[in-house]
Design a protein around this ligand. Structure first.
Ligand code: FAD
Length: 416
């Protein structure tokens, strides 16, 4: 049996950003059951800087979230975002630039072009690469293995995890357990999530005695690639394609968002997803069409290599043909109930306080600023974690930054 100070379960954006901070003074190990959603994120991340005021970003967030937000958390989110992107760049993330400055595109729910991308439509891969660099630099150990349970002391306090790797189960004792296991996608018939993402963290948290909250808020993405096969894991057709003016058509070729204000194909995801569902029901169809033929072939190739490859895999040439798409589960907005200091109330080892990093959406208190109903592309995200004696306020890229230290007002850091 091993013993460390902190076990982080999950090696996505949340887990990787939670790990380096405590590693300055404690032994930290990060466990992963395989690819999570982070390396699969296509669309990019939102950040308001320069002439784009973070308060406008906050406004768009309130509107898209239909008011289900905690204003303090939304404000912290939009004001911290430039700093987080700056940190990712410092860790080596290569974002797309034009004339030396970060280039930004428009996506669903945002009133300004403020989505930054890397690697065409492979932003998540780049974010992971940068965060892995940060984790390595901090001396954090990473280990492949699926956590299958928590261990408890005789007095019922969480004091470690049981990990299964290569058919062998072993125990790791820890003072702190951070849950950063992503969403619940594979509990659904159709999801854009990788197979490792199946709600393990929620199960572990519930068994440990934590309280679930807002589990009814699940974001459905409007445009997963309809592969024609049985439902399951479906490739995403990123919203950025609609950001480049692709439009949705029903089975008879009619514009699905016709009659709505111009640019409605980029309405918040829940609105577009409902319209698509309505069109499919009306026409008795299992998919609709995304027409990207008006996008310049060069732009398609440069900006959407992943989408292009997915389409090619089912024999669709997106330069000359429409893309069959359908709705699919994308991510969970709810999570584990925590307080503003990330405390879950689950008892940890004696003499340590019990704390939990709030899942990203939970920072918004009521299903969050960027989730079920929210502007897209608020990636990268802060960690979602359950912990006994948790690291507090760890953030993407440089967990040593705390929200308390961040200046208020316009963008806290310059990004260019
Ligand atoms: C196809 C797709 C495209 C997306 N595009 C965007 C986008 O453009 N912009 C945006 O803002 N967001 C996007 N998202 C959402 C974004 O990727 C996620 O919200 C974010 O990456 C979640 O990060 P995470 O660290 O919480 O979870 P994940 O990245 O899913 O990581 C979960 C980790 O937990 C591990 N794990 C799970 N169970 C166990 C277990 N039992 N034991 C050990 N480890 C375990 C997994 O192996 C993985 O390492 C997209 C999501 C998908 C699926």
């Amino acid at each position: 049996m091993r013993a460390v100070d902190v076990v982080v379960i999950g090696a996505g954006a949340a887990g990787l950003s939670a790990a380096p901070g405590p590693a300055a003074t404690r032994e930290v190990i990060v466990l992963s059951a395989g690819d999570g959603s982070t390396p699969w994120a296509h669309g990019g991340g939102s950040v308001a800087f320069g002439e784009d005021d973070p308060l406008d970003h906050a406004h768009d967030t309130y509107v898209a979230a239909a008011g289900f937000c905690d204003p303090r958390n939304v404000r912290a989110l939009v004001e911290e975002r430039p700093q987080r992107v700056t940190e990712l760049i410092a860790h080596g993330a290569l974002y797309r630039r034009e004339d030396g400055s970060l280039s930004r595109t428009l996506e669903g729910g945002h009133g300004h072009p403020r989505i930054v991308h890397a690697g065409g439509d492979a932003t998540g891969v780049e974010v992971c690469r940068a965060l892995h660099a940060a984790v390595c630099a901090a001396g954090v150990e990473t280990m492949a293995g699926r956590t299958i349970g928590l261990t408890k002391s005789d007095s019922g306090r969480v004091n470690g995890v049981v990990v299964e790797a290569g058919g062998v189960a072993s125990r790791i004792e820890a003072h702190t357990v951070v849950l950063a296991t992503g969403g619940i996608g594979n509990a659904y018939l159709a999801s854009t999530n990788p197979s490792a993402v199946r709600g393990d963290g929620m199960a572990i948290a519930l068994l440990a005695g934590a309280s679930p909250v807002d589990m009814e808020f699940v974001q459905v993405h409007p445009t997963a690639l309809f592969t024609g096969e049985a439902p399951g894991q479906l490739p995403l057709v990123t919203e950025a394609v609609r950001g480049e003016r692709a439009v949705l058509r029903d089975a008879r070729g009619r514009l699905i968002m016709a009659g709505r204000p111009s640019g409605a194909d980029l309405a918040p995801r829940d609105i577009v997803a409902r319209e698509i569902e309505a069109a499919m029901r009306r026409d008795g169809s299992d998919h609709v069409w995304l027409d990207a033929r008006s996008i310049e072939p060069d732009a398609l190739r440069r900006q959407f290599p992943t989408v292009q490859a997915s389409c090619a895999s089912i024999g669709v040439d997106l330069q000359s043909e429409q893309i069959p798409v359908a709705t699919a589960e994308q991510f969970l907005c709810g999570g584990v109930q925590v307080d503003r200091d990330s405390a879950t109330g689950v008892p940890g080892p004696p003499s340590t306080r019990t704390a939990c990093r709030q899942p990203a959406a939970r920072r918004g208190r009521r299903h969050g600023w960027d989730r079920g109903r929210g502007p897209s592309d608020s990636f990268p995200l802060p960690p979602a974690a359950l912990t006994s004696q948790g690291p507090r306020r760890h953030h993407i890229g440089s967990p040593s930054f705390t929200r308390d230290w961040m200046p208020r007002g316009r963008a806290a850091a310059s990004v260019s």
